[in-house]
Ligand binder design. Structure first.
Ligand SMILES: [Zn+2]
Ligand SMILES: [Zn+2]
Length: 210
């Protein structure tokens, strides 16, 4: 699996584009800079087969409607976050506008689902705490997790936004700590890391040790 890490918008959010040898792609969290993401997909000659959303915060979905408009394909998102993500309350400066809603969200994500898109198999893990409908995408056979804003390199997502819950975040991190240490984690912000490195160096993960 090839992974393009595209950092977008005022919060330096990571939009990931994963693609196979046939240049079929998954787009994860098109958060901002729709024109840049669309141009990148065109220039790399990629065909998105699905757009996956880790959670509803504006910095992860503000380019969703435009990217979907340019490359129609199923959108997958947890219904708990669909409920508030496109409402005017989902705003934080310098994002001045409510994220545009796509015409339809075809897939309601839920814990335990498995999907295959662009030839990649992945599991949906509900990981609440940073946002109530937050999910991670776990590609078990490739040892890859897209963690959204639950886990960052040497840090974790904040829990003081609406729907945030520190206890839930701790439970989500505890779950991630069970993954094989060699698992690569692509985070919603900042560089990618591994579970093993976070267990060693991330104070929040260290605190989970018995
Ligand atoms: Zn977030
Ligand atoms: Zn974020």
């Amino acid at each position: 699996m090839n992974v393009i890490e595209c950092t977008v918008g005022p919060f330096a959010s990571n939009c990931f584009i994963c693609y196979n040898a046939d240049r079929e792609a998954l787009v994860i969290d098109p958060g901002a800079e729709d024109e840049r993401i669309i141009a990148l997909l065109h220039s790399e000659k990629l065909t998105p087969k699905a757009i996956l959303i880790t959670h509803g915060h504006m910095d992860h979905i503000s380019a969703l409607a435009a990217v979907h408009g340019a490359f129609p394909c199923p959108i997958a998102m947890h219904p708990t976050d669909q409920a508030w993500a496109f409402a005017p309350t989902n705003q934080m400066l310098p994002y001045y506008e409510t994220p545009a809603a796509p015409p339809e969200i075809e897939r309601d994500l839920a814990e335990g689902q498995t999907w295959t898109d662009a030839g990649f198999d992945y599991e949906v893990w509900e990981l609440p705490g940073h946002a109530p409908g937050h999910v991670g995408f776990y590609f078990r056979d490739r040892n890859i997790l897209f963690s959204g804003d639950v886990l960052f390199q040497h840090s974790v997502g904040r829990t003081d936004l609406p729907g945030g819950d520190a206890r839930q975040l701790t439970a989500s991190l505890r779950r991630l700590a069970t993954l094989p240490p060699e698992t690569t984690v692509y985070c919603g912000h900042g560089p990618h890391t591994t579970i093993g490195d976070e267990l060693k160096h991330n104070p929040y993960m260290q605190a989970l040790k018995p």
